[in-house]
Design a protein around this ligand. Structure first.
Ligand code: SAH
Ligand code: SF4
Length: 348
């Protein structure tokens, strides 16, 4: 595609390559450090912003390199202050990203793929299938975009936008490390959360990472038949194997995983469903997030009544399982969980 004819993104240079480049251009070695700071700590998106670099050198860099930052195609602002962005990458692929501010904090929800192949019945992202996976830089660029738009430091990132992170494992881990880098955005590992629909090989590899990243698992039902219907793409990762993989993760890391449970009227809020969930969780280290289903256009599924959600919360707590009820942010702009759609934007 067009991409290969363009110049390379300067931000893809390693420290070593940057040092070599500066040498090749006949510049003193400290320039590499200065440029590195602009690129990775200050997250500039143009050569002109590198104010302590001589103009002649900036021009030389611009001849050979570019910044492949995404373009903002659309932005919507919610009543609660959340902002949803439609960001387009170099090849015309676009994804949605959400920024959620709260007192002194700014949380970003990033997409890891354009679309998703898992086809969950309640999720707008899954409806059109997968376009492609994103690169680590494209994931990080979403965070940088939101930080700049709010002009604030990002304090946490959830990998809960479009896509299944563990279907794009390597790029996701690289993005986590860039976000966590103390010389870069320095977002604490515990404030970086990856949500998976239950891809077991991914959970196993995640358990091996030395960093304390946070894991969330979209459970939505602890009864196999129901889960198969709701999450057909996760069918092969059966509940007993999933349970085992999560317990191995807990043993290995000592960290507490979160289960996401979107409550759907008449489907996963019945008595047997509640009992199965309690069985799945009781006696294990975990936290359950109960989320009233967000309505997506064209879906027959409805959120459970609040009374039912509260009942499940109480029942879980009675069995020693921590549970919270979470209301999604940005509902009025379709920025809540599961409402991020894949859009096809044609560029001329
Ligand atoms: N693919 C990953 C991460 C992205 S989805 C995953 O499935 O975990 C982020 C979260 O939103 C998941 O827990 C997902 O199950 C949930 N979700 C999807 N559609 C939803 C909806 N309509 N209402 C509430 N939560 C939803
Ligand atoms: Fe994909 Fe997650 Fe949506 Fe399922 S819930 S279709 S895994 S993004």
């Amino acid at each position: 595609m067009e991409r290969s004819h363009r110049t390379r993104d300067i931000r893809s240079l390693t420290e070593r390559e940057l040092a070599d480049l500066v040498k090749e251009l006949g510049q003193p070695a400290f320039r590499a450090k200065q440029i590195g700071e602009w690129l990775y700590s200050k997250n500039v998106s143009s050569f002109d912003e590198m104010t302590n670099i001589p103009k002649a050198l900036r021009d030389k860099l611009a001849e050979r390199f570019s910044f492949r930052v995404p373009t903002e195609i659309a932005k919507q602002v919610s009543r609660d202050g959340s902002r949803k962005y439609l960001l387009e990458f170099n090849d015309g692929t676009s994804v949605e990203t959400v920024g959620m501010p709260s007192r002194n904090k700014l949380s970003v929800c990033v997409s890891t793929q354009a679309g998703c192949a898992m086809g969950c019945a309640f999720c707008a992202t899954g409806f059109n299938g997968l376009s492609r996976s994103l690169t680590a830089q494209e994931i990080v660029d979403q965070v940088i975009h939101v930080a700049k738009d709010f002009d604030e430091r990002v304090t946490s990132v959830v990998f809960m936008g479009q896509g299944e992170p563990f279907a794009n494992f390597d790029e996701v881990v690289e993005a986590l490390r860039i976000l966590n880098d103390p010389d870069g955005m320095a977002i604490g590992a515990r404030h970086l959360t990856v949500s998976t629909c239950g891809v077991i090989p991914g959970i196993k590899r995640f358990a091996e990472l030395p960093e304390q990243f946070t894991l969330a698992i979209s459970l939505h039902s602890a009864i196999q038949q129901t889960r198969n219907k709701l999450m057909p793409g996760a069918k092969k990762y059966t509940l007993p194997r999933l349970h085992e993989a999560i317990q191995a993760y807990v043993e290995k890391t000592g960290r507490r995983p979160t289960y996401e449970f979107a409550m759907i009227e008449g489907i996963n809020d019945t008595n047997p469903e509640m009992e199965a969930l309690i069985d799945f969780c009781a006696g294990t280290l975990c936290h359950v997030n109960l989320i009233p289903l967000n309505d997506t256009p064209g879906s027959l599924m409805k959120p459970s009544p609040m009374k039912k959600i509260e009942t499940l919360q109480k029942r879980l707590q009675m069995h020693g399982v921590e549970a919270t009820i979470r209301n999604s942010r940005g509902n009025d702009i379709d920025a809540a969980c599961g409402q991020l759609k894949q859009r096809h934007v044609t560029v001329s």
